[in-house]
Design a protein. Sequence first.
Length: 254
Amino acid sequence: MADVDTNLAIALALEEIAASLKAIALSTIPKSTQPLGFQADAGRPEFIFANLVKGNGDGWYRLLENNQQETMPPAFWGLVKDLRFVQRERRGEDVTKLDLVMEGEDGKTYIFESGAQSFFSRSLLTALSLCPVADLQQPIRLFSYVSELQTGDRTLNVSITTQSGKLQASWKADDDWRAIATEAKTRVYKALGKEAPAPEPTTQPAAPPPPTRPPAGNPPGGSRDRITQRANAKPVAAGVDSRAATDWDEEIPF
């Protein structure tokens, strides 16, 4: 009987030793730094298209693998990583787009693409030109919604909420959009700790504003007039994406 108890004790001790050795071996294996899930899209940014007409009429959307459009939730929290105008080919034509590059909570990069002179882009640039630099160093909230214009048309709009609260930003079609875009870019780059090169002098007139008018009940002027005056004092240019113009001042399509 004693031999049986001794053999059982030895067997249990050997099992404990084996378990301990296995735990030690597993602890010495370096942890993988690769993201979980399928690796085909690892590191690839997700494009979110801010276009109500070309979407399904409900809000911004993304394209699935079968080229079907999927409406995304209207609110997005993330960190601003870049603001740039870029040239892209769409439907066989070269067009200028505004990219707001954001990083989500999952660490993934999202690119919110909108037409350079669209209603969405103007609201976005206006809000960013008013946003304190310190707030741009923290996560901000984008909220997309549909606005009805005085013409009766519907368009996609956007608002920004920071840690300090929602930005009250209004604009007019004849605002100085070159100054507004430069101010927005400058604040984003200051928040990122990037240095913005000075713009080259230009005598080219700004492009005429599109015929789009602000939504009914959206009062013009106000804080927008003040930011335009401040940005007009001496706009500071900012760095650009490699696919765009080599100078931010030349890159602005206004």
